[in-house]
Design a protein around this ligand. Structure first.
Ligand code: DP6
Length: 342
């Protein structure tokens, strides 16, 4: 079966569309709108067991950052091609961002239908946060609105996953868990919210470099899975870490949360570095920031970091440590996920 057909079947299974009898792909209003937050994985997704359906090798747990994310509107286009406006700028059809988005939209239309998509990131670009997660989550919410599917969050998560794995976790506020699933059809690989708030938990964004990363997550994980002998240890550790993160959340055990998240991130980066050719997202300033975090811990300050496929650090610390952390990282943007309401 072709890749396109496989994705189409998956989408039809999720939205309950039967091509002959069910007009699920008819816009019921002029435009659909969706808003979704970015998320940061505390125990990470790195590697796919199925690249067509975006099925992960392991489960992951994340925290969403309220107020930072993507707002998207979608409508049926009058012109004979898709158009994408990103942060106020109309992109060229040849732009890789447009191509990826158009490809994602294919299962949601017949050959003669095109879309106008307007998408705005409320993440200051300068924050250096990835936006594909909030981007695809917002796009799926906009489609749900346009076609009035009224899908449950589990279905929305399945669809967002197809756009970008981490997007499956961006439909929720607070903590989310993305279950790896076992089925070949991917219907059991979705995220859901973990309904345990953690008042006082802070996330700090350390900006090292906000330029586009040298290699995308998609390509980076593909190379790691194929060309890294250390990779086989990763899914096992990731599953163990996920259990520890869940325990830390339930018990509000900050040190367990921080230690596990930092170890998990460093282990993921270790598999990238042990790939050939190597994948190194770090810059000298990333390592300097790690050393500052370790020095703070030596002084008894509770702070840990995590890092995604880029050079920027995300710090985790309890509210009580704010003054000390601000002193060590004067430029830090601080987010309190359980305080700020959207
Ligand atoms: C390091 O979700 O961006 O941030 O599924 O190929 O779009 P694709 O990858 P993506 O990968 C995210 C990788 C990560 C870890 C994480 O968010 O869990």
């Amino acid at each position: 079966m072709s890749k396109q057909r496989q994705q189409q079947n998956f989408v039809h299974q999720v939205i309950g569309h039967h091509p002959e009898s069910n007009p699920k792909l008819t816009a019921v209003k002029r435009s659909g709108k969706g808003i979704a937050p970015v998320n940061i994985a505390l125990s990470k997704y790195w590697g796919k067991r199925d690249e067509v359906l975006n099925l992960p090798m392991n489960g992951s747990v994340s925290i969403s950052l309220p107020g930072l994310g993507t707002e998207t509107t979608i409508q049926i286009a009058q012109a004979g091609q898709d158009s994408v406006r990103l942060n106020g700028k109309l992109l060229e059809p040849s732009n890789p961002f447009v191509k990826r988005l158009s490809h994602f939209l294919n299962p949601f239309r017949t050959a003669t239908v095109f879309f106008d998509v307007v998408t705005t990131n409320t993440v200051p670009t300068a924050a250096g946060l990835a936006s594909s997660a909030s981007g695809y989550a917002a796009l799926v919410l906009a489609l749900d609105d346009l076609f009035a599917w009224q899908l449950a969050s589990q279905q929305l998560s399945l669809l967002a996953r197809l756009g970008s794995g981490s997007a499956s976790r961006s439909l929720f506020s607070g903590f989310s868990i993305w279950h790896m699933g076992r089925q070949a059809d991917g219907m059991d690989s979705f995220a859901e919210p973990i309904d345990t708030p953690w008042p006082g938990l802070c996330v700090g964004l350390v900006k090292v470099d906000v330029a586009q990363k040298p290699i995308s997550s998609t390509l980076g994980m593909q190379n790691t899975v194929n060309n890294c002998d250390l990779y086989q240890a990763w899914p096992k550790q990731a599953e163990k870490d996920m259990a520890k993160i869940l325990q830390a959340i339930q018990q509000q055990d900050f040190n367990l949360l921080g230690q596990t998240a930092e170890h998990n991130a460093l282990s993921m980066h270790a598999t990238m570095m042990a790939t050939w050719p190597p994948i190194v997202y770090w810059q000298p300033e990333s390592v300097a920031a790690m050393q500052t975090v370790w020095q703070l811990r030596e002084q008894g300050i509770a702070v840990y970091f995590t890092m995604d496929a880029g050079p920027n650090l995300k710090l985790l610390f309890p509210e009580t440590e704010k003054p000390a952390i601000k002193q060590a990282f004067p430029e830090l943007s601080i987010i309190e996920p359980f305080k700020t309401k959207r």
